[in-house]
Design a protein around this ligand. Structure first.
Ligand code: PUT
Length: 338
C-alpha cells in the first residue's frame, strides 16, 4: 500500500565512554549535565524526550525517536527516522567538559544497519562515508568497518583503534571493566505479531509489553514503555546494577523493523536470542555482539561460530573483528534464502 507514509526504523547508535587525562574521575559524572541542556542537544538531533526513569546507576530516556541512556561515564544515543545524532557531537563534547568534568574520550562506537531509504536521510547520514568524514574531524585514530554484504543487508561501525604506543595506551586503552552489548536488528516481521503494537489492538503500552511477551525476554527489568498513535512502540528496561535493555518497533508491514539491544552479561546469549526471535518472528536479522576480555560473554565468537541456525533461521554469513580490547561478532540469519 503506497499510501502509507514511509518511516525509517533503522537506528543510528552512538556510544561514547569518557575519561580524564589525569585518571581522576571520582568527581566526574555525565548525569550532572542539566536536563535542559540535554533537551537542547536533542533538538539538534531532531527528537525529544517523551519519558524518563532512573536509578542510582543509570538515567534512561524514551525519545520520540528511540532512546538515550546516561551513566557515570557512558553516553548512549540511539535514534531512528531522519534524526541527526552526529550533528550533536560538538555541543555534547562541550557539555561533558563543562558539567561532567571529563576531558577525554576513552572509546567511541557509532554503528547502524544499512538504511532502507538512505535518500531520505539528512546530512551527514545519507552515506556512511559522510558520517565517517564527520567523525574523523572529532576523533584521532577512528577506524570504519562494513560487516556483511555491502550491497545487501549489512552493518556499519566506526570505533577508535589507536596505534599502540605508551601515550595512546594510557589514554585510550579502551574499556577494561567488563562490558558487552548484544543487538538484534530484525526486518520482515510477522504481521500478526506486529499488529499488537498499535492502538487498534492494545489500549496501553503495558498491554503490548505483556501480550507480546516482551516482559519475559529479560527478567528483573524496571520497564518504561510507550505505544505510539496509531502504531509503533518503544521501551527501555533498567536494572539496579545499571544494565539496560531497549526495544523499538516500526510495525507497518511495508517497512517493518524491530531492534533489540541489551548490555546484560550472559556467558551464552543463545537463550536470549531465541526468546527474542520467538517473540517477534522476523524474516531476517542482523546480530552483533561486542564483548571485552573481562566480560563473561567473552566466549561469544566461538559460540556463534558453532551456531549455524536458530530454529528455522539459517545463518547466511558471519564475521569477526578483534579490536584493542573488544571482540565483535557480526552474523546475518534469515528464514528463507534471499
Ligand atoms: N554499540 C556499541 C557497543 C560497544 C560495547 N559496549
Amino acid at each position: 500500500n503506497s499510501s502509507v507514509q514511509f518511516f525509517e526504523g533503522v537506528e543510528k547508535l552512538l556510544e561514547i565512554w569518557f575519561a580524564r587525562t589525569d585518571g581522576n574521575t571520582n568527581q566526574c559524572d555525565l548525569r550532572n549535565i542539566p536536563r535542559q541542556k540535554l533537551e537542547n542537544l536533542l533538538k539538534i538531533v531532531r527528537c525529544e524526550v517523551i519519558s524518563f526513569m532512573s536509578n542510582d546507576n543509570i538515567d534512561a530516556y524514551v525519545l520520540s525517536e528511540s532512546s538515550m541512556f546516561v551513566a557515570q561515564r557512558r553516553f548512549i544515543l540511539k535514534t531512528c527516522g531522519t534524526t541527526t545524532p552526529l550533528q550533536c557531537l560538538k555541543p555534547l563534547l562541550v557539555l561533558v567538559q563543562q558539567y561532567a568534568g571529563f576531558d577525554d574520550v576513552e572509546d567511541v562506537f557509532y554503528s547502524r544497519k544499512n538504511f532502507k531509504r538512505p535518500d531520505l536521510q539528512m546530512s551527514p547520514h545519507q552515506a556512511f562515508e559522510q558520517e565517517v568524514a564527520l567523525l574523523d574531524t572529532f576523533f584521532e585514530n577512528g577506524s570504519a568497518y562494513c560487516m556483511g554484504a555491502m550491497n545487501r543487508d549489512c552493518w556499519y561501525l566506526y570505533t577508535l583503534n589507536p596505534l599502540s604506543g605508551e601515550n595512546n595506551k594510557k589514554l585510550h586503552g579502551g574499556i577494561t571493566e567488563p562490558d558487552q552489548t548484544l543487538e538484534i536488528l530484525m526486518t520482515e516481521l510477522d504481521p500478526e505479531v506486529m499488529s499488537m503494537f498499535s492502538r487498534e489492538e492494545c489500549a496501553t503500552a503495558a498491554e503490548a509489553t505483556q501480550k507480546s511477551g516482551i516482559e519475559k525476554l529479560i527478567p528483573n527489568m524496571e520497564v518504561d514503555d510507550f505505544l505510539f498513535d496509531p502504531c509503533g512502540y518503544s521501551m527501555n528496561g533498567i536494572m539496579k546494577n545499571g544494565c539496560y535493555m531497549t526495544i523499538h518497533i516500526t510495525p507497518e508491514p511495508e517497512f517493518s523493523y524491530v531492534s533489540f539491544e541489551t548490555n546484560v552479561p550472559q556467558t551464552s546469549y543463545k537463550d536470549v536470542i531465541s526468546r527474542v526471535l520467538e517473540t517477534f518472528q522476523p524474516g531476517k536479522f542482523v546480530l552483533t555482539v561486542f564483548a571485552n576480555q573481562t566480560s563473561s560473554a567473552s566466549q561469544t565468537p566461538r559460540e556463534l561460530l558453532k551456531t549455524s541456525s536458530f530454529s528455522e533461521w539459517m545463518r547466511r554469513d558471519i564475521q569477526f573483528c578483534r579490536f584493542k580490547n573488544y571482540d565483535l561478532t557480526y552474523a546475518f540469519y534469515s528464514k528463507f534464502p534471499s
